[in-house]
Design a protein around this ligand. Structure first.
Ligand SMILES: Nc1ncnc2c1ncn2[C@@H]1O[C@H](COP(=O)(O)OP(=O)(O)OP(=O)(O)O)[C@@H](O)[C@H]1O
Length: 133
């Protein structure tokens, strides 16, 4: 689960912006590689972007779609952070507070996904309906 830089096990502060950016990219690659849900979110995001291009949605609609995509992804980041910190503290030992943290974090992803579904439906369904009608 944890991706340390292969060259050294750094624990001190980053010295340069490029070093900080490299670690941030490590984090993004880690969540894509280890969290299947993040990959599902990305597939849905690409699908929404393709449909948006095909239907030539407005600039305002693009803003809503972009907001929905990033909201879901940020919720998944928060969920993964909460899970990792919980596992770091509990080492697999059952704790009711750990359950609460993980369940609430997972709930945040569900709420974000519902927002994305509503946003996509409001933007795409009327246009698809008009195409079929
Ligand atoms: N240490 C723990 N103490 C108590 N309950 C736990 C603990 N670890 C996990 N759980 C319970 O098991 C569930 C599943 O845990 P898991 O770590 O797989 O989270 P998850 O949200 O399903 O993960 P992912 O988002 O990667 O699918 C949690 O939602 C929580 O209810």
């Amino acid at each position: 689960m944890i991706m340390a830089s292969p060259d050294k096990q750094q624990t001190q502060k980053n010295q340069h912006f490029s070093q900080a950016l490299r670690h941030a990219i490590d984090g993004i690659m880690d969540i894509i590689y280890h969290e299947p849900n993040m990959r599902y979110h990305m597939v849905f995001a690409v699908g929404a972007l393709l449909v948006g291009v095909i239907l030539q949605i407005s600039r305002m609609d693009w803003l809503w779609i972009t907001l929905a995509i990033f909201t879901v992804m940020l919720a998944e980041f928060a969920n993964t952070i909460a899970e990792s910190l919980t596992d770091l503290i509990t080492h697999g030992r059952f704790d009711p507070l750990a359950k609460r943290v993980k369940d609430v974090a997972a709930g945040a992803v569900v709420v974000a996904a519902v927002f994305a579904i509503i946003t996509g439906a409001l933007i795409f369904v009327p246009r698809l309906w008009a195409l079929l009608g």
